[in-house]
Design a protein around this ligand. Structure first.
Ligand code: SF4
Length: 493
């Protein structure tokens, strides 16, 4: 078999252009098409000047730098040094940046200057998809995932650990300071590096101690990223953040992230209503309002048991949002003496226990920690003492007590709803909607941990990851349509 010519110094009569070398359906072309389609107003919202200034050295075009960042996030290249190398080595980056070769400092400065405004990219992608009628509004699913912080787990300490570390640092600091001041020569104009580092560590440990001693504060603090928290994960703990995402299916297939947030709270339930409203805001205005029903977004939100609470049901009902979520401890309801098996007798304002005895209303009980007053019902002590279920239903010599929260009727209604076949069938879609998105973001886009530190930074990072995820999903649809159009044109020719 003859060999193809192997010559790098081959002269070309018509040199190949960069544009010819990148396939027409390449994702980098989709990123550029999206950026090209942004209006002046949208560039303003992103805080990017599209006209250069009259003086100074020429700067890289914002469309080139933004394209490089977005495409990097889409393909799992998020560090500035790796992006710098990619601009030098990879055809797709060279095409996207029109041969721009920014170094890592330039890329970092661009990120630092625009990271907050770049959070607007996510709503822009949601708007674009909704405008094209691609978003399925029948349901949406919300969930949170733990994303590791850019900080070592070993640097996360409790109060005792922090006190021990502070004592050790102070001893070392005293020794360094003594060494620095006993020398006969005048002190150097700058403190030795080791001393400066130790003082900075001492300050960080003191701040961390203050944080863990604060009433209601965390029990652990990380010395590298003070905003990160020790969070429970399967099989242990990680130092990281709780990254939230609301996901809607796309009609041609695939998923779209419609809202995100990153917090350092370990629980999901405070985020339900804000996430629904954020997603509705991002879709609103462009959504098909007939389908969007009264939520301004998807008709039903699917959430796991971590979001379930009476106050959440009440606030969603008040705002007109339909939510399907199971109870956290549904298995406990199998107990025949679980509170859910007590029947409310509205006319008597009492509850009937499974043994047919009455629990009468005894007054209101303040629950300041939960922000409401509960209604207290109690069975007669002597009735319970004589009951065959005594010891199982209650062990109290004063008889069984039940506290009923203001959202109790909603809880019961929701429980009945969750048992309907229709609700179960819809709820089964939750897992296949939101969980694959986290899988792709973490495994394919390489976001198992954040690269930046601090809540504001990781929020910007998560938001750009979500926008990049959406552009991956939309890019696949664009690419399929492009191939179909090309095939049709070829067939017609
Ligand atoms: S212990 Fe009291 S409340 Fe419980 S089942 Fe028996 S009578 Fe009813």
């Amino acid at each position: 078999m003859p060999l193809r010519p192997f010559r790098r110094d081959q002269g070309w009569l018509l040199p190949p252009s960069l544009d010819e070398m990148l396939p027409q359906d390449h994702p980098a072309r989709f990123v550029d098409a999206v950026l090209e389609g942004l209006s002046d107003e949208e560039w303003d919202k992103l805080g990017m000047e599209m006209e250069g200034g009259p003086a100074g050295p020429p700067a890289y075009h914002p469309r080139a730098l933004l394209g490089i960042w977005i495409y990097g996030f889409m393909t799992g290249t998020r560090s500035t040094r790796k992006l710098e190398a990619a601009c030098r080595d990879q055809l797709s980056y060279a095409w996207l940046g029109a041969m721009a070769r920014p170094d890592h400092n330039t890329l970092w400065r661009f990120w630092r200057a625009h990271r907050d405004d770049m959070r607007r990219l996510l709503p822009m992608t949601v708007h674009a998809a909704a405008r094209m009628g691609l978003v399925e509004l029948a349901f949406q699913a919300v969930d949170g995932t733990r994303v590791g912080a850019s900080a070592s787990r070993d640097r996360t300490l409790d109060e005792a650990g922090l006190r021990r570390l502070l004592a050790r640092v102070e001893v070392e600091l005293d020794a360094l300071e003594a060494q620095n001041s006993t020398e006969n020569e005048p002190p150097p104009p700058r403190l030795p590096e080791e001393l400066t580092d130790k003082r900075a560590l001492q300050r960080r440990v003191r701040d961390a101690l203050e944080e863990v001693r604060r009433e209601g504060g965390p029990k652990h603090a990380n010395l590298t990223d003070p905003d990160a928290r020790l969070l429970k994960i399967r099989g242990g703990y990680t130092t990281g953040y709780n990254a939230q995402a609301m996901v809607s299916p796309l009609k041609p297939g695939g998923m779209l992230i419609t809202a995100v947030d990153v917090t350092n709270t370990p629980t999901d339930h405070p985020h339900l209503l804000p996430m629904i409203e954020r997603a509705a805001t991002n879709i609103a205005g462009t959504a098909d309002t007939a389908n969007a029903a009264n939520t301004g977004g998807a008709r039903v939100t699917l959430a796991d048991a971590g979001y379930h609470s009476g106050p959440n049901l009440a606030s969603c009902a008040l705002a007109g949002h339909r939510v399907l979520m199971p109870e956290a401890q549904a298995s406990k309801r199998k107990d025949p003496y679980h509170r859910t098996n007590f029947i409310h007798l509205e006319d008597q304002d009492a509850y009937l226990c499974p043994e047919g005895q009455l629990l009468s209303f005894k007054g209101l009980q303040n629950r300041p920690e939960k922000g409401y007053r509960a209604r207290r019902y109690r069975a007669e002590a002597k009735v319970c003492a004589a009951c065959p279920a005594f010891g199982v239903c209650t062990k109290s010599a004063r008889g069984r007590v039940m506290y009923v929260t203001p959202g109790e009727s909603l809880l019961r209604e929701h429980r009945a709803l969750m048992e309907s076949e229709e609700a179960r069938a819809l709820y089964r879609k939750r897992k296949q909607t939101v969980e694959p998105v986290f899988g792709i973001v973490k495994e394919q886009m390489g976001a198992r941990r954040f690269l930046l530190r601090g809540l504001a930074n990781v929020n910007a990072e998560w938001s750009l990851l979500a926008a990049a995820f959406n552009l991956r999903s939309l890019g696949k649809i664009w690419s399929k349509r492009l191939i179909n159009t090309t095939n049709r044109a070829t067939a017609a020719a």
